[in-house]
Design a protein around this ligand. Structure first.
Ligand SMILES: Cc1cc2nc3c(=O)[nH]c(=O)nc-3n(C[C@H](O)[C@H](O)[C@H](O)COP(=O)(O)O)c2cc1C
Length: 211
């Protein structure tokens, strides 16, 4: 089958690409509005983009041309928290994607406890196994829908006790949720361990910045 990308509507392209780029991890993002309302929503167009300093990127679309609350809050406050939920939180992750007015707090609505952060004014989810405090680094708009790739620098990590061994996250203990197409999710299946590959150590470029 051949599809000319130029013939596809934004909706059809979204359906296609979100079925192809799978499985996707989920950034469960807390933000705060200028009025102090705590917002929570999941975003699976999510990856990490730098390790020194650590940076995360998430693609946030629009609703009827207007920024989603998460995007608007990040623009206004310059801060956000990427929480990683576990499989026991799958329903709450999904429910937090329901559209609400900006003055409605999804953390309150879903009865999710929050805790203050150390380096940002945004709270983190108390029961998430991982939370990453982020300061806005860059916003890059792509394409015709007004979607924005938002990059944040991680200024602090919170990890549940017992998750980290020798600097590595115990993936089974993390028990992450991933999104596939539509309202479909998956959890970890079989983990296959192959031989370790020799990799050149990661270093900082002269002058501190790649080019
Ligand atoms: C698992 C999951 C992943 C999602 N990923 C994205 C995404 O990457 N980008 C996006 O714009 N919306 C994504 N959404 C939709 C948003 O969560 C949804 O639009 C939400 O209402 C935004 O909330 P807000 O207006 O409070 O920011 C996703 C929804 C679900 C359920």
């Amino acid at each position: 089958m051949f599809l000319d990308a130029g013939d596809l509507s934004p909706e059809a392209t979204y359906r296609l690409m979100s079925g192809i780029v799978v499985p996707r991890p989920i950034a469960w993002i807390t933000t705060v509005s200028e009025d102090g309302v705590v917002n929570l929503a999941p975003f699976s167009c999510f990856t990490f983009v730098s390790n020194k300093p650590p940076m995360l990127g998430v693609n946030i679309g629009r609703k009827a041309g207007k920024r989603k609350d998460t995007g608007a809050n990040i623009h206004a406050m310059g801060e956000f928290v990427v929480n990683i939920g576990d499989a026991s939180q799958m329903v709450a992750i999904h429910e937090s994607s329901a559209e609400h007015a900006p003055d409605v707090s999804e953390t309150e609505l879903l009865g999710l406890d929050t805790l203050p952060c150390n380096t940002v004014r945004v709270p983190r989810l108390a029961d998430a196994p991982v939370s990453m405090e982020c300061k806005l680094e860059r916003v890059i708009a792509f394409g015709q829908t007004g979607a924005e790739f938002i990059v944040g620098e991680v200024t602090a990590f919170h990890l549940r006790d017992g998750l980290l061994h020798d600097g590595k996250v115990d993936t089974r203990a993390l028990n992450p949720v991933c999104r596939i197409g539509g309202p479909n999710y998956a959890t970890l299946g079989e983990i296959v361990t192959l031989r370790g590959m020799q990799q050149t150590a990661k270093t900082v470029m002269d002058g501190g910045r790649g080019g």
